[in-house]
Ligand binder design. Structure first.
Ligand SMILES: N=CN[C@@H](CCC(=O)O)C(=O)O
Ligand SMILES: [Zn+2]
Length: 412
């Protein structure tokens, strides 16, 4: 099957070769071709270039993209999309003045979601999760990472990971699974965190690895959750099973989680709302991708990751939704692009690089998605007629996507 997209007003994020990620000043460089064509063969990008170089050919399908733009789909490298129910009542509690931490201390928060998930059947959890996955694909997400971490028992963590596996089997978007057993200390272990860590290391991790249910592992390294020492122990245990870390750090406090991530060669360190100069220094010249989650900052009214300071210091940055019921109940990457520009002062070029090539790297998918490159999957966004790609962050809340193609097939 050959599909030709022709007369594309601007083809965005074109890279002749696969690159890992962009950092510092290069984040402000977004290569494009104006008046372009894109050729897709059997779901893979086969060719692209300027319309003036298009040779005559027999395509099975020709799509005239006059006035419209094409970009690679968004790469959402941090989500908790598999969850049960919602936490709307906590949202109302926060409106009335309680903080996220106060709600968590009262047994709400992650523990509230864990209780709901434990009481939900695997089939029902799958049904709830697939609705969210389909929704975010329609919003332009074409590769996604999903974490466990609302199970907090052997049985329920495995249940979550099996749901992620079923999503992988039934959808063609690339999905990466992350084991986040160390998301919170369950109430049964309230005064025995050590017991829970032992359970994770000695019982849950070996099962996750044996059943090949995750590519990555995560720890919520934060005051009141898991200390740097706990984090290092858990990462060390996961390393034995070949699980690469992608960790939650510096959401509320800078306690050394960034340094632990770098030490254990984490693929990414995520959140980073609180960053010291030492944290920024620690990330320099490493392969660990910093990931900012502006939806969480927006929803919890906490600081935004200091993107300007980090990029100006030469670091790369990826952006993701953190889609979860407590701190970011939205998987809309278009909002993330906009919030990054409006609130974090990232240029449209920086924001688009952060949600495409850098996002792909942050989940180990940079060879498959994240740019318009021959040989990559044809996971692409066709915009409505717009004047420039800067219109996407500018027109916040107004969808500029006309259609989404996954492996060359139009969705919906
Ligand atoms: N901070 C830790 N975990 C999630 C939120 C979990 C929740 O509140 O349910 C996050 O990334 O924001
Ligand atoms: Zn998260």
């Amino acid at each position: 099957m050959i599909t030709l997209f022709k007369n594309i007003k601007e083809l965005i994020q074109v890279r002749n070769e696969t690159i890992s990620f962009v950092s510092g000043k290069n984040m402000n460089v977004l290569p494009t071709i104006k008046n372009a064509y894109l050729l897709v063969e059997n779901g893979i990008i086969a060719d692209f270039g300027s319309m003036s170089n298009l040779k005559s050919m027999d395509a099975d399908e020709v799509i005239d993209a006059t006035g419209k733009m094409i970009l690679p789909t968004w790469c959402d490298s941090h989500t908790h999309l598999v969850y049960s129910g919602n936490r709307e009542s906590e949202f109302v509690d926060r409106i009335k003045g309680l903080s996220y931490q106060e709600i968590a201390n009262k047994g709400g928060g992650i523990l509230n979601s864990a209780k709901k998930l434990q009481e939900t059947s695997e089939d029902n959890l799958y049904e709830q999760s697939k609705v969210r996955l389909e929704e975010v694909i329609r919003l332009g997400t074409g590769a996604i990472e999903i974490k466990s971490g609302y199970g907090l028992t052997l049985e329920s963590e495995l249940k979550m990971l099996r749901v992620i596996k079923r999503l992988k089997e039934n959808y063609t978007v690339p999905i990466k699974a992350t084991f986040l057993g160390a998301h919170a200390v369950p109430s049964e272990f309230k005064n025995n965190k050590e017991g829970y860590i032992k359970l994770l290391i000695e019982e849950v991790l070996p099962q996750v690895a044996q059943q090949k249910l995750a590519e990555y592992m995560d720890v919520f390294c934060e005051k009141g959750y898991f200390s740097v020492e706990d984090t290092e122990r858990i990462l060390q245990a996961g390393k034995k099973y070949g699980l690469t870390p992608k960790i939650h750090v510096n959401q509320f406090n800078s306690i050394g989680g960034v340094q632990a991530g770098v030490k254990y060669k984490a693929l990414s360190v995520d959140h980073l709302e609180e960053m010291t100069n030492e944290d920024i220094e620690a990330l320099k010249n490493t392969k660990t991708m910093p990931v900012a989650l502006p939806g969480c900052s927006y929803f919890l009214s906490i600081p935004y990751t200091p993107a300007r300071k980090m990029i100006d210091a030469g670091l790369p940055l990826a952006l993701a939704t953190d889609y979860n019921p407590g701190s970011s109940p939205s998987g809309n990457m278009n909002f993330v692009v906009s919030a990054a520009s409006v609130k974090m002062k990232m240029t449209p070029e920086e924001a688009i690089n952060a949600v495409t090539i850098n996002g792909a790297y942050a989940m180990g998918l940079e060879k498959e998605v994240g740019s318009i490159t021959v040989g990559k999957r044809a996971n692409i966004i066709l915009t409505k007629p717009i004047n420039s790609y800067g219109f996407i962050p500018y027109s916040f809340g107004n969808p500029q996507i006309e259609s989404v193609y996954i492996s060359g097939k139009k969705i919906g």
